[in-house]
Structures are given as C-alpha cells and as structure tokens.
Design a protein around this ligand. Sequence first.
Ligand code: AHG
Ligand code: MN
Ligand code: MN
Ligand code: MN
Length: 348
Amino acid sequence: ATPKRSKYDIVTLTSWLLDQEKSGNIDAELTVVLSSISMACKQIASLVQRASISNLTGGQGAVNIQGEDQKKLDVISNEVFSSCLRSSGRTGIIASEEEDVPVAVEESYSGNYIVVFDPLDGSSNIDAAVSTGSIFGIYHPNDECLADFGDDVSALDQEKQKCIVSVCQPGTNLLAAGYCMYSSSVIFVLSVGKGVYSFTLDPMYGEFVLTQEKVQIPKSRKIYSFNEGNYQMWDDKLKKYIDDLKIPDPKPYSARYIGSLVGDFHRTLLYGGIYGYPRDSMSKNGKLRLLYECAPMSYLAEQAGGKGSDGHQRVLDIQPTEIHQRVPLYIGSVDEVDKLENTAGATP
Ligand code: AHG
Ligand code: MN
Ligand code: MN
Ligand code: MN
C-alpha cells in the first residue's frame, strides 16, 4: 500500500523521476537525460525572466536555417540546452531548431539517446515578456542508421547521413516528450508514456513541484486558436470551418491566440479546444516543424486523451524525411480535431 503522505511529502520532479525509474517506466540513463533537460529549462527560465535587465532582448543579428531572424535568447537557450545535454553524458545526437544539422555528442559514454528540441518557442514574444517555452522529445538511437551509405560517400558525409537517419524517426517512437512554459508560472509538462504530469517551479527553492497528475484534455470545448491574419490564404473548406465556429449556437467559439505554441498548447491541454497552424497559399506545409514542435506536442496530446493531426493523419505516424520539415498541425480536444478533419481536413 502506498505510504500515507504527510503534508510535507512534496513530490518534486527529481523524486518523481526516481519513482518512475523504480517502477521500471524509465531506465537510469533516461532519468539523467530528463534531469539535465529540467536543469536547462530552469536556467532558461531565469534568463527569460531577467531578459530586459541583462540586455538579452532583441535580435542576435543572424538568420537561422529556418530563415528566421534569431533572437539573442534563441541562441543562448540553444547553447544552454546543448551544454546541459552534453554534460549529461547520456546523449548521443541532438537536433535543434537553431542547428542547421544534427550534432553528434562526443561526451556521451552510455545511454546514447537522441534528443530533439526547440530551445525557445514563441521567441517573437520575448521582447514583450509574453509567454515562451522550450519543447523536447527523446528517442532511442535508430539502428537502421548503421546501414552503410556505399563507399562513394565520404566518411564525413556518412557520419552526417547517419545522424540525420538516426534523428528522423516517427513520433510513435518517442520515449518521452515535454515542454517548459515560461509564463506567470514556470510549468514543466512531461510524459514518459504513462500519462501527462505537470510540475510548477517553486522559486523558493528552485525545484519543480508536482502540481497535476494524469492530465486529461476535455473531450470538447468552444475555444479555437488560429492566427486568423492568414485567413485569406487558407483554402475554402478551412474558411468555411472557421466561419461556422462564429455562428452563435447558442454562443460562438472563443478565439484565443498567444503566438507561442507552448502557451497556446498548454491552455488547450487544460481547458480543451483546438489549436491550428494550417498550410496556406504561401507556406504549403504550414509553419510548425514536425520533429521538435508537432510530434512532441502530439505525443502529449494523445497521452492526455486528445489528438494531434496534420488534417488527414496522426502526426505521430508521419515519417520525417528532413530535420526541419514543416507540417500543418491541428491539436487538442478529440471532438474538435475530429470536426476539423471531417469538414476542412479533406483537402488533398
Ligand atoms: P519559434 O519561436 O520556435 O520559431 O516558434 C514560433 C511558432 C509557434 O511558437 C507559434 O505558435 C507560431 O510560430 C506563431 O506563428 P505566427 O506568428 O505566424 O502566428
Ligand atoms: Mn524560431
Ligand atoms: Mn517553436
Ligand atoms: Mn524556437
């Protein structure tokens, strides 16, 4: 029987991870990787909260492989994440929104996990101190990648190809995924395949404290979260779907859009509704990246009894072919994503 908990039995992320390891849900190596990720998130939280004091707002003056003007904190968060993962010694390859190609980690001596991450999501919000976040996903190394690429390919290119093949895995292979939201609270949300758990950073002693267990997305909710600035570039079926949400029946849907996937997703996880980033006439695959935004969030959505779709299929079933490939994303309450797929998803 579980021992009676006194009111002082606070469950922290550290103690929760040890419990998960004891019950065999994760191994010791993955525990170390997840602890190092939570360390990176705590460091990024403190950098974000003091950004305008320490002159860390504004642009880095560089453009990333996505074609985006990098913020200073995009670059610094990427360095914080990378160095925490390196020092964990259990990470074999890292793939980041802010790295052109996956990076093999020499320092790993066991575990050898693949970690994909968006070190600072919603970074256009940072200068106005609006919610941002970090998103991550963890895979086993992909054995197929040991296949050789023929001796006409140079050793260096073979190495690069192996990294790319090892990282390009469908979301169904995820061992764990989560995010940290930097908002009025700093919230670390995680699943290791047995439901979604939420931890709130207690600034009193810098620990993530368990605040929600087995989070469930409400089956339906009249909230939609789309950037309607793109409305004119959407196809007719999607326009009709969005128009119908505005019919008072008896009340219309509420529109909520923060402009940070982590913030919009966290609200959707707790309140229900649908978040969408559709394809449009200018971006044929939408904006969000499959590997380190859509797949980790869809993994969490499904673990919480919700859905993550590209309009036709489960996001988790999509086999990535490129590290930074983009897919349309519709994610949240089952009934709301079903409704989208049945009305607007039919477009080829
Ligand atoms: P990132 O800051 O990591 O590049 O991601 C930004 C994404 C996502 O966080 C957000 O939902 C979306 O971009 C907002 O895009 P729009 O500004 O086009 O609405
Ligand atoms: Mn970006
Ligand atoms: Mn992002
Ligand atoms: Mn980002």
